[in-house]
Design a protein around this ligand. Structure first.
Ligand code: SF4
Length: 341
């Protein structure tokens, strides 16, 4: 019989310690998939995936550490059975974000142990934290903020100084990789796992379908329907104006969300004489791989990117909804759903 688990195992179910603990529990897979004792773990696994689709996984310690922990492999089985790449990315990202929230409350010693779990060469001294540059670059190269670029950091003796907050962020990336790396799982061929979880899988498919429909905008991109903020950002980019990162990100993620491909977007940004294709392509492709949702109007306003708002803007809270309405014929009525990003 395994000892009572540390609730941290349920918070960090992807670690080698959590895996070893589950192995010690020695629960046969058919039992986990079918026995009444694990009903709540299966429901929780499904809920975990649906919460990921909705954008935020909440911990549920009420069901007990063991069941919460077991819901993690079940969630991974469900994701694998659905077999959708978008779901895999979204699920891994949501798990990693939930972990990041938990890491905020952890002491530095624990973070260092977590760093070891991912093979990060990191040291803590009176001067702060320093990480081997190769481990830094492995995760930092994906960050949007230019402050993460190696050229903007002090590199000395092969290490980069980082803050505790940055360390947590690097850990989030490492965790996301681990969660995503093993998916879809190679499920045992002799057991019909997907059949055993079929009711849960159906609910996940419904949630996934609803999410995709919410963001799907049919037909070719229609620049005449772009909201003023996005039209302005694109016009500035085409004139070679060096826009703030937040505005470039808003324009790129918006165009991706309405279904444009990276090549089309690079072409759209290519109006200016000093257009730097490789730099633009790098930025666009970086955003393309991450399933971002374009920022809503509140965020656009906060960053000073809500420019040229017109009367239709008064009816929307998101540039994507402006676009939808305009495509439908602008003046049309009806409720407007807010993408939750
Ligand atoms: S209100 Fe929203 S859609 Fe309209 S310009 Fe501002 S950010 Fe864009």
């Amino acid at each position: 019989m395994a000892p009572a688990p540390d609730s941290r195992l349920a918070t960090y179910p992807f670690t080698s310690g959590a895996t070893a603990y589950v192995r010690e529990l020695d629960i046969p897979l058919p039992d986990l998939l079918g026995r009444h004792a694990y009903d709540r773990a299966r429901s929780r696994g499904m809920k975990r995936v649906i919460q990921a689709i909705e954008g935020r996984i909440e911990r549920d310690y009420e069901i007990g550490t063991d069941l919460e922990l077991l819901s993690y492999p079940i969630a991974r089985m469900i994701v694998s059975c659905v077999g959708d790449n978008y779901l895999i990315r979204r699920y891994a990202l949501a798990e990693a974000k939930a972990v990041y929230e938990s890491l905020k409350a952890e002491p530095l010693d624990f973070l260092l142990v977590m760093g070891e779990e991912f093979g990060m060469r990191i040291e803590s001294s009176d001067q702060g934290l320093s990480i081997h540059f190769a481990d830094y670059v492995r995760y930092a190269h994906r960050m949007r903020d230019p402050g993460w670029k190696l050229v903007n950091r002090r590199l000395s003796g092969g290490v980069v100084r980082i803050s505790e907050r940055e360390f947590r962020r690097l850990l989030q990336e490492a965790i996301s990789d681990r969660i995503r790396g093993g998916l879809p799982l190679d499920l045992p061929p002799d057991l019909d796992v997907c059949d055993a979880l079929s009711a849960h899988i159906e609910s996940v498919r419904d949630a996934l379908g609803a999410r995709k429909t919410e963001f799907e905008i049919a037909g070719a991109a229609d620049p005449d329907a772009f909201p003023p903020c996005i039209a302005h950002a694109i016009a500035m980019l085409q004139e070679g104006v060096n826009l703030p990162h937040s505005a470039r990100f808003a324009a790129t993620s918006f165009l991706l969300n309405i279904g444009m491909g990276a090549d089309e977007i690079v072409r759209m940004f290519s109006g200016s004489p000093d257009f730097d294709e490789s730099r633009t392509r790098y930025q666009v492709e970086h955003i393309t791989g991450r399933e971002y949702t374009a920022p809503g109007c509140d965020t656009m306003k906060t960053y000073g990117n809500c420019i040229g708002a017109d009367s239709l803007c008064a009816r929307v809270s998101h540039p994507l909804n402006y676009y939808r309405l305009r495509k439908r014929g602008a003046g049309g009525g009806g409720g407007i759903d807010r993408p939750d990003g």
